[in-house]
Design a protein around this ligand. Sequence first.
Ligand SMILES: Cc1cc2nc3c(=O)[nH]c(=O)nc-3n(C[C@H](O)[C@H](O)[C@H](O)COP(=O)(O)OP(=O)(O)OC[C@H]3O[C@@H](n4cnc5c(N)ncnc54)[C@H](O)[C@@H]3O)c2cc1C
Length: 393
Amino acid sequence: MGTATAFFLARETDRDVTLLERDRLAAGSTGDSSAILRHHYGDQAIYTDMAWWSHEFYRSFDDETGASILHEDAPLVRFADAGTPGGEYATAGYDVLDARDIPVSRHEGDALRERYPMYEGADAFDFAVSDDAAGYSDGSDAALGFARGATDLGAGIHTGVSVESIETTDADPTAGRDPGRVAAVETDAGRIACDQVVVAAGPWTPELAATVGVDIPITPVREQIILLDPPAEYAADYPELTPTMSLPGGEWYVRPDVGGGILVATHRHAEEADPDDYENTPDEETVLELVDAMTEHVPGLADAGIKGSYCGVYSTTPDHDFVIDEAGPEGCYWCCGFSGHGFKHGPAVGKLAAALVRGESPTLGETRIDVEYFSLDRFADDPAGNGRPDDYL
Ligand SMILES: Cc1cc2nc3c(=O)[nH]c(=O)nc-3n(C[C@H](O)[C@H](O)[C@H](O)COP(=O)(O)OP(=O)(O)OC[C@H]3O[C@@H](n4cnc5c(N)ncnc54)[C@H](O)[C@@H]3O)c2cc1C
């Protein structure tokens, strides 16, 4: 989000733009991202609009930034039963995509088994909705590419520099005074004067927010990823390997991976983690659960080899909605809380953040985006924010 914002600020404003990264680019969630690019978001059309605009940007990433990026087509399918919350979600998302002419299809009855033969029990569902234009990309490619594009446009990118606090003209928010306006950032390499700052520090954002008395409710949670090597017979029988999909229960998702592999990962939002110190190897218990899940739902993969594994951290808000807002000192903007689904919106978030900094109405093409939906204030009104999260992949 930081590199995307730097890119759009450099492209769309005449300001001096400096990006500070304390580690290396894509060191956080972005480097661990499964980078699924879907557009189906139930009835949350705001996400569909952002995801579609971003996906178009990712498709033309080379032209836009001068850097290449992985992009693979991989339809995402959602199996559902009528009359259930999952069924309503699937149908609402179908309608949103269809109304925007985003490729989407619905399958039912015998067509389910024929279309998804690798999935045991596909025909036990009433229907499936396929987000046909979905795909996946790569987080490191995107961050490095945006950084390269931003640099070409004149931005300064400094890695290995940690921001320690934000300095304001009237820095005593705890006394209840006007929080002032941004004057500088203090870093471990010295002070950098600035009058606007966009903080996109992933799960570390609340630490920086605390330096200016801003409270951002983010819980870092650990998720586990396993890369499977499908048996040769499976790969021969099912050349598309697998659709991108959640397994029943919604705690696992599967997508095809580059090089003929299959990526499976947890999507639990359950295990609180320290983003500086978490176990990077999946738990044995989780691996065994995966084998059970595969044996039951995709039996052709029950004997798949494991060719890699790692863990990553989501920055989860109470409602799983983002924070894109100016809050606290004047000139201080927050882009965080992407709750395990931010990658696909990266270009849109960068573009919207740049619009906020310019004080302009945030639009993506012709579509005006109601960024109020992502305001930090929503948690002051109600700690649950926008309400119960839709946890579907
Ligand atoms: C396992 C996993 C799978 C995912 N799969 C998907 C998916 O399929 N599709 C999707 O859309 N999204 C997915 N996501 C979510 C998506 O990857 C994230 O929402 C997105 O990458 C968040 O980007 P970010 O820039 O906000 O945070 P980060 O990538 O965490 O970047 C924050 C950066 O800030 C730096 N930083 C922190 N503190 C400081 C400081 N004080 N000074 C300077 N720099 C600092 C960090 O080093 C880090 O590089 C997934 C996430 C994970 C973890």
